[in-house]
Ligand binder design. Structure first.
Ligand code: ADP
Ligand code: ASP
Ligand code: MG
Length: 254
């Protein structure tokens, strides 16, 4: 049985119908005989909306309170997604970053992951449930809520995949994979079927937001295979594999 970590970005869970669609996809992966742990981002523009709300009260809010506020976005999506899985006849537990064992430093707004101890996630998987983890967040040594920086759910997903020893980390988004340029801006951009960590690291460090920079660094360091693909289709995406790994050895590639 393979263990798959799936990350769904905000664009994939923007409204109730999208959450139900994602729930069906997770159940499909589970019913194909895989264990599935999911990392989810906040719905649509929720994080931006929370920042606007904070700014309307204080243009220079305390960093600790800002992180406390920002972690609320992923709590909404994780619990709604667990409910959608339940409503579709399967079972899921949702976990905040701290419940999922994400320990970070105390650099609010740009915290670094120090350790991931996903015991509760593992227990949920062992019971045959889907585990849903809030992306982008963790807990400092003092027990304060922290966030990893914008786009940080990608990093949460890879860190969880590494801690669980997953076979692949699938990053679901609103385009069919990694393209030669942003396909929303450059209509002639082509999907790249397979790419190395170094090349995608370069794209991320040049500001392409398809994958967060730290996520790629983490995946490269721990040789975690990535599959970037669309949550809106079943078309093939982009594989990022360590040297020597046969693409056909990965679960859920079709
Ligand atoms: P998510 O909500 O899934 O995290 P993001 O908005 O963070 O999604 O990232 C996906 C977006 O990244 C795409 O909609 C696309 O416009 C943009 N993008 C920029 N550069 C690229 C690229 N080279 N390949 C694919 N997508 C890209
Ligand atoms: N919700 C956070 C953000 O908008 C994290 C993420 O989506 O990866 O930056
Ligand atoms: Mg993103």
């Amino acid at each position: 049985m393979a263990l798959i970590v799936q990350k769904y970005g905000g664009s994939s869970v923007a409204d109730a119908d999208s959450i139900k669609r994602v729930a069906r996809r997770i159940i499909e992966t589970k019913n194909a005989g895989n264990d599935v742990a999911v990392v989810v981002s906040a719905m649509g523009d929720t994080t931006d909306d929370l920042i606007d709300q904070a700014m309307s009260i204080d243009s220079n809010p305390p960093a600790r309170e800002m992180d406390m506020l920002m972690t609320a976005g992923e709590r909404i999506s994780m619990s709604l997604l667990a409910m959608a899985i339940h409503a579709a006849g399967s079972h899921a537990y949702s976990f905040t970053g701290s419940q999922a064992g994400f320990m970070t430093d105390a650099q609010f707004g740009a915290a670094h992951i120090r350790a991931v101890n996903p015991d509760r996630v593992r227990r949920a998987l062992n019971k045959g449930s889907v585990a849903i983890v809030a992306g982008f967040q963790g807990q400092s040594e003092r027990g304060d809520a922290t966030t990893l920086g914008r786009g940080g759910s990608d990093t949460s997903a890879v860190a969880l995949a590494v801690a669980l020893g997953a076979d692949v980390c699938e990053i679901y988004t609103d385009v069919d994979g990694v393209f030669t340029a942003d396909p929303r801006i450059v209509p002639t951009a082509r999907r790249i079927p397979a790419i190395g960590y170094d090349e995608i690291l370069e794209m991320s460090s040049c500001g392409s937001k398809v994958l967060a920079l730290r996520c790629v660094e983490y995946a490269q360091r721990f040789k975690m295979p990535l599959h970037v693909r669309s949550s809106f289709s079943h078309r093939p995406g982009t594989l990022v594999l360590p040297d020597g790994v046969d693409p056909n050895s990965l679960p859920n590639v079709r």
